[in-house]
Design a protein around this ligand. Structure first.
Ligand SMILES: *Cc1c(COP(=O)(O)O)cnc(C)c1O
Length: 368
């Protein structure tokens, strides 16, 4: 009996993408083997961290890297490092009051549920501009918002933000002039591979990626890349140090797992993978070509702004709602998980599918 059936949990076909609530992504056999091997022996954690961080920095063309247990944790630690830098003393010795008077400047359009960790650390959000195009922010708006209590400027490169922010380059140049670090949340911005170094080359001090999304590392891992002085502070606050870092344990299995995953990711044939995804969409399109109720459309880029195509399967109005179609896909075995995103149909994202699963999806949709 499989471990999931022992627990009465049924595996689903993930046609949605790298969604954490579905498990994010699949580790490769090589990554799983590396983690299993790592679990067999004891090592000095600080020694392992030093080596893993240096090696990941080299692989990702960065000055420094840090492995946390998620991009959200990375953001929390990066803001703590920014507070330490501003206050000029160890985060360990900083009082609650000294954190609370720090602010993090960000565009209102960039507010999102992942940034809640900034408030939980205790820093204030200094939101600027409006999340629309009526009154676009000027470089002056940003410059004026930064004051002596600004620990960092926060920026997210995710695709689902509304208009109302300056480009990252402009944001970085203004923050640099004021001597304030820029923290970039790029958790789901892989692919393209180049993003692993593009934002740091622009001058960002810390850039966060999820280890459990397209990097296909362990679910409970996150990658931070950035400048050496800034990430040295992060490393002095994060696990295994006492204080906030102690709550954010990163096991040797996760460190090795993410190291292995990054190594594979930078050496992977990304063009071949894009072609595979296109082929899956063609299969779906051909398979449903004569369907009476459904029509397949190729959509590019995907919901996360990643340069990979996905398909939208549109349901003709007279044959029910998107919810009916979603429920139908979930109600049969194996359940197929796909999102509607408010449209009349479902999106089928090939990124998280494995060989053969598209055939199951085509058969299921054919019978609808
Ligand atoms: C997924 C995501 C995160 C969180 O990443 P974890 O590695 O799961 O902590 C943060 N920010 C954005 C924009 C994301 O898409």
């Amino acid at each position: 009996m499989g471990i999931y059936s022992e627990l009465g949990v049924e595996p689903v076909i993930n046609a949605a993408g790298t969604y954490t609530v579905l498990g994010g992504s699949r580790m490769s056999a090589e990554t799983i083997a590396a983690m299993a091997e790592a679990a067999q022996d004891f090592v000095l954690i600080r020694d392992l961290q030093t080596k893993v961080h240096a090696e990941i920095a080299r692989l990702t063309r960065n000055e420094a890297a840090y492995v946390s247990n998620g991009a959200a944790t990375g953001l929390y630690l990066a803001v703590a490092a920014a507070v330490e830098r501003l206050r000029g003393k160890r985060f360990y010795d900083i009082t609650r009051e000294e954190v609370v008077c720090c602010n993090v400047v960000m565009f209102r359009a960039h507010r999102n549920p992942y940034d809640l960790v900034i408030g939980h650390l205790g820093a204030q959000y200094r939101e600027i501009a409006f999340p629309n195009i009526i009154l676009p922010p000027t470089p002056d708006d940003l410059a004026r918002a930064i004051d002596g209590n600004t620990a960092a400027v926060y920026f997210t490169t995710t695709s689902w933000v509304p208009p109302g922010f300056l480009p990252l380059e402009t944001t970085i140049s203004i923050a640099k002039k004021k001597g304030v670090p820029v923290i970039v949340d790029a958790a789901a911005n892989l692919p393209p591979l180049e993003n692993l170094w593009a934002f740091t080359e622009m001058g960002a001090d810390a850039v966060l990626f999820s280890g459990g999304k397209d990097l296909c590392g362990p679910q409970a891992s996150g990658l931070m890349v950035g400048s050496k002085p800034f990430l040295d502070i992060v490393a002095s606050i994060g696990f295994p140090n006492y204080g906030i870092g102690r709550m954010m344990k990163v096991g040797r299995e996760e460190m090795i797992g993410l190291y292995s995953a990054v190594k594979q990711y930078v050496n992977m044939d990304h063009a071949a993978r894009e072609r595979w995804c296109e082929e899956q969409i063609r299969m779906l399109s051909d398979g449903l070509a004569s369907h009476r109720r459904l029509r397949v459309e190729r959509v590019y880029p995907n919901e996360a702004g990643q340069p990979i195509a996905r398909a939208f399967v549109e349901l003709a109005d007279s044959f029910g709602s998107a919810e009916d179609l979603r429920n139908y896909l979930l109600a049969n075995s194996p359940p197929i998980h796909a999102f509607s995103e408010g449209r009349q149909g479902v999106f089928i994202n090939p990124m998280s599918l494995r060989e053969g699963e598209m055939t199951v999806i085509i058969e299921r949709l054919s019978a609808f």
